[in-house]
Design a protein around this ligand. Structure first.
Ligand code: WQD
Length: 331
């Protein structure tokens, strides 16, 4: 199939482009490069041998989106493009509501005009809000603990309502848990600019000596070792989940958790990283971070049952691949 991947030079988007091409699909990337680099297109080509098409556009701009659709006959869209810094979304809610929901609406409207009937949406486990883990797709959504999560829930709602009046449409809402790691080539990976918000890129920068020590945000949670528990999933498993969603998509709206179904605490992840890489990670315990929940991990059975997808890569591979990318990218 010929697929438009918005946000395709980003972390999950670039890994998904690789998986799509390796599954025989052709790919066009649309990205505004606000949080990624155009060189990622070259890296994708180095890995797969095919260069995706590329448009530097902002998906909130109707004319720009329309030009892309007018120059291609897409069989489907995978929509990653969006702002995703949870903390920033609390400080700048309008920026997030504007960008994340308007880009989704622009793409839906372009699909309507150009009769594109498959839409895969990059959603997030944050839509579950304070629901208790293990998180199941049928759970009623509670308010997310931040505007970023709300923009994902609103986009899900808009897609569901539009699909309801376009019976030929097939929509997959993929709720990611905590994507970590990098492609085995170490040519693509998670490269946040500045001080990382997320745990794994922070750990790899401490391992490299770029940051002094890790602050563990709270060790007084009601969990086995008191630190926060999350469902870390290898980004390549996540990418393969998108290919499975596209291949297995049927009419209507389908919601899937993309996680391992296993919870890992911060301390467990630090220990797994030390074991996999042989690098000691210095840390200190710090106060809890606002908006954090104690536990967030998936019930991953629906994706396995309906798409035949499950995460294959373990924690050691997640840590090692993240470390390889840090060493390679940091050069
Ligand atoms: C993981 C755990 C922290 C950093 C967020 C978004 C989610 C997705 C992934 C976009 C928590 C602890 C972290 C640090 C720490 N993003 N931690 N010290 O918050 O689970 O999920 O990022 O889609 O939507 O909500 O990920 O990596 O920030 O935190 O102790 O320096 O590590 O408290 O327990 P999170 P995270």
């Amino acid at each position: 199939m010929h697929i438009l991947v918005t946000g395709g030079t980003g972390y999950i988007g670039s890994h998904t482009c690789v998986a799509l091409q390796q599954a025989g699909h052709s790919v066009v990337v649309a990205d505004n490069l606000s949080n990624s680099k155009k060189e990622t297109i070259d890296q994708i080509k180095k890995i797969t041998g095919s260069r995706p098409g590329f448009y530097k556009i902002d998906c909130t701009r109707e004319t720009a989106v329309d030009r892309v659709f007018s120059e291609h006959h897409f069989d489907g869209v995978i929509h990653f493009a969006g702002l995703k810094a949870v903390g920033e979304s609390v400080e700048k809610p309008l920026k997030y509501y504007y960008n994340n929901t308007l880009s989704t609406m622009m793409l839906i409207d372009a699909c309507r005009r150009y009769d594109v009937k498959r839409f895969v949406f990059s959603s997030s486990a944050t839509v579950y809000g304070e629901n208790r883990a293990p998180l199941v797709e049928t759970m009623p959504l509670l308010p997310a603990t931040n505007p970023y999560g709300e923009t994902k829930a609103i986009s899900e709602r808009i897609l569901s309502d539009c699909a309801a009046v376009n019976p030929g449409w097939s929509v997959a809402l993929l709720r990611y848990f905590n994507p970590v790691g990098a492609h085995e080539s170490a040519l693509i990976g998670e490269a946040p600019s500045g001080i990382p918000n997320n745990l794994m890129p922070y750990v790899t920068k401490v391992a490299r000596g770029k940051l002094k020590k890790l602050s563990i945000f709270g060790n007084d949670y009601p969990t086995a070792d008191g630190t926060g528990v999350r469902d870390y999933v290898h980004v390549c498993d996540l990418a393969e989940g998108h290919v499975a969603a596209l291949n297995k998509l049927t009419r209507g709206v389908h919601i899937y958790n993309l996680g391992t179904g296993r919870g890992t605490s911060v301390l467990e992840l630090v220990r797994a990283f030390e074991e996999a890489t042989g690098v000691k990670i210095k840390y200190q315990v710090a106060p809890r971070r606002q908006g954090d929940v104690a536990e967030c991990y998936a019930d991953a059975s629906k994706a396995k049952k309906e798409m035949g997808w499950q995460a294959k890569r373990g924690l050691a591979e997640m840590c090692l691949s993240a470390w390889q990318f840090e060493k390679n990218y940091g050069q």
